[in-house]
Write a protein that binds this ligand. Structure first.
Ligand code: M6R
Length: 366
């Protein structure tokens, strides 16, 4: 059932070109510039008119929510707040009638996310689910929702569910933006074509596997890792760090790269591996300076860069090249080598990759 792979996690990482395609199959028709999202038909207008969006989720799904914040704000010009479900539910949050609350969950059974939705509903919000498991509690409690259709995810570390969540959230945002008139039609069309090409790019990013494995060999005994990103790649840094800590038990922190100088920079010495997601986007020049700051303190830098980058390879210890795409879609590609890095390190350390200690696939207790 692992399809020839040693672990479910690896199988699920490699399934992503297909799971992303499954996610937009029948929904994204790029040559007609069409997005069909039947699951949220009744609330499409409410979404356009929403004064704000709140996203509630936990763990990796919360990271997908952070990417969605940037996407919705950029394309739809709707203010977005992303909340840990566990915090939201206990702090008497301000929710107004007509606010849109997205609940993102692979399993659809996460207790805190479910409780956060119920609270939001009781205050008059429209609650939309983005779930993977069909018929799950969260999908049943939502007013409407869009399934991610990534297929069963068995490995405790979420991988293909994350990229499918990003696919769904991007489609919702683009459709809303077009109807709202906050995105130019030409740009909308271009991004749809880019989205349709993501599976091919993920396929290519998966080809870094052997190279990533060699890097894993070098750093598998590190005690700490730092992950840095900016803009759309900031949540990718958080996600990379979470993946590493949960399956390899190496302490890792993700940070927005510029925040480094407000504290974490003190950790950097020649022992410290720093993974920097530095693909070509609007924050490229800024992240190049952040790389220089790390190198000036002798940190070891593993950089995820866009294909053909001729500047960063000369500055860092290792580069991993991934294909470029529109910056809002980049997390689906740039997260791939980070999934592979955590996987290989965990295997080399003899960890139980699919069932890490102390963790359950779905957290049904608060
Ligand atoms: O099923 P959910 O998406 O609601 O789960 C949320 C988190 O428990 C989950 O993403 C967790 O953080 C994963 N183990 C991360 O890989």
């Amino acid at each position: 059932e692992k399809g020839g792979f040693e672990h479910f996690m690896l199988k699920e990482i490699f399934e992503q070109p297909k799971s992303i395609k499954d996610c937009f199959r029948g929904r994204l028709i790029a040559d007609e510039a069409k997005l069909v999202l039947g699951g949220i038909r009744d609330y499409a207008t409410a979404l356009i008119n929403a004064e704000r969006i709140v996203i509630v989720a936990c763990g990796t799904s919360w990271h997908a929510g952070l990417v969605a914040e940037y996407i919705f704000e950029e394309f739809c010009r709707i203010p977005v707040e992303v909340e840990y479900a566990s915090e939201f539910r206990y702090r008497n949050p301000v929710i107004k009638e007509g606010d849109i609350v997205f609940a993102i969950s692979q399993s659809g059974e996460t207790a805190d996310t479910l409780a956060a939705m119920e609270l939001a509903k009781s205050k008059g919000a429209i609650v939309l689910g983005v779930c993977n498991v069909v018929g799950s509690s969260i999908s049943r409690v939502s007013h409407e929702g869009v399934y991610t259709h990534a297929g069963p995810e068995i490995g405790v570390a979420s991988t293909k569910a994350f990229t499918a969540q990003l696919t769904v959230l991007t489609m919702i945002a683009l459709k809303t933006a077009l109807r709202k008139g906050t995105i130019a039609e030409q740009r909308y069309r271009e991004i749809l074509v880019d989205l349709e090409n993501i599976p091919k790019k993920v396929e290519k990013a998966l080809k870094t596997d052997e190279q990533v494995k060699k890097i894993a060999e070098i750093y598998k005994d590190a005690r700490n890792f730092l992950y840095l990103g900016r803009g759309y790649n900031f949540p990718v840094a958080l996600e990379g760090a979470l993946k590493l800590k949960e399956i390899s038990y190496i302490h890792a922190e993700g940070y927005p790269a510029a925040e480094m100088k407000h504290g974490p920079i003190a950790l950097i010495d020649e022992e410290m591996p720093v993974v920097v997601i530095a693909t070509r986007d609007s924050s490229y020049d800024k992240i190049v300076s952040n790389i220089q700051e790390v190198k000036a303190r002798k940190g070891k830098v593993i950089a995820v860069v866009s294909e053909g980058d001729s500047l960063i390879p000369g500055m860092v210890d290792h580069t991993i090249e991934v294909p470029g795409t529109h910056e809002s879609l980049m997390p689906m590609v740039s997260t791939i080598p980070l999934q592979l890095l955590s996987y290989h390190i965990a295997v080399m350390r003899g960890c139980n990759v699919d069932q890490p200690r102390n963790l359950a696939k779905s957290v049904t207790v608060e």
